[in-house]
Design a protein around this ligand. Sequence first.
Ligand SMILES: [Cu+2]
Length: 421
Amino acid sequence: MRFIQLASVLRRGAVAAGIAMLAATALAAGPKVYVGNFKDNTISVVDIDAAKVVATVPVAAGPDGIVVSADGKSVFVSGSSASSLSVIDAGKDSVGKTIEVGSGPQGLALRPDGKQVLVAVNGADRVAFIDVASGAVADTVPVPKPHTIAIKPDGSQAYVSSQQPGSFAVAIVDMATHKVSGAIALDKPPRDLEFSPDGKRLYLTLAGAPAVQVVDAVANKIVAQIATGVSPHIAQHFASLAQGVVVVQGPGELQFFDPATNAVARSIAVGKQPHWVDITPDGKRLVVSNEGGNSISIVDPASGQSQTVDVGNAPRKVAMQHASSAGHADMGGGVKVSIANFAFVPGPTTITAGQSVTWRNDDGAPHGVAFQDKAPGAPLLLPGEQFSRRFDKPGSYEYVCSVHAYMTGVVVVKPEPARQL
Ligand SMILES: [Cu+2]
């Protein structure tokens, strides 16, 4: 991706060589992760490749939930000891906007189409829907003491952990009607919840339970548990990793579980009282915040090695900048298919033998390209990523999204026309 962008910068021929060099330097910076220092009221911005804090941004008090917009340009941070969200301009790494949402906003979730951010407004007993483009509060839904939010990958429902004493639950909000459509009753306070990439499972943590609860997200029942030891905080199955991960606070570990058996297969030690985890855009490193260690751990799951970077006081949430703000890469003259709003656009594409098709994920959710002819596709395209295939033989090539089977498309390859003399 970075090479393609650099190539496209260089290709804009008239640009002076000096400017091209500057662009190359800027592009050489690694992906950035945003870390919320709960007791400092700041965000540490860490360049992952350099393993270095590159900016410290003051935000609303008690930074809690963090999400990055689908285009990578805006970072939303909830001020849980305040009543607002701070919106960081990722180009400048400074707060460009403040959005009033009500008392004590906590968990945030980005709608898969990237258009709205949902906010658990804990003190005001409601979930707010924030329009990403305008920053306006578009709607609210009453949910008692909401804490964290997970939205199904197909965008149909939001699951909200509700910490109302005496009636702990996961509230299910219908995303079309903005109404609470159901609930899963719990005997302990819920902490975090995350969907599996296919949306069929929900990984839920509870205060005081030494295991992750595995919820069938159709039947809305707890169907299994993943035994972890003391205080699992977040369990997540990233689409680009075969195993799921659990951040376990007691032992200070990142544990890896098999989603088929719900058994922990191995663990990697991180810092003291780890809190949250995210993954780099290339899927090769995990970033864990160590709340009790005032640091983050950058973990390579393949080798098990990790690196520690000191940040501010009591780091809780971490959010990786996934999409590049460098804009769209050059498509190199081939035919382009955009993946947007959970569809291939255009679905049917006609090309001539010898031409290439490039699929680019312009959506806010991960997608993929799987061909019916079993040719290698792209099992996972994160927002902003792209994949190309050259078609030399005439025919009809059907494909589906490897994440969402209902997303289909076809490439029709016509024979090369006889040369006109
Ligand atoms: Cu998809």
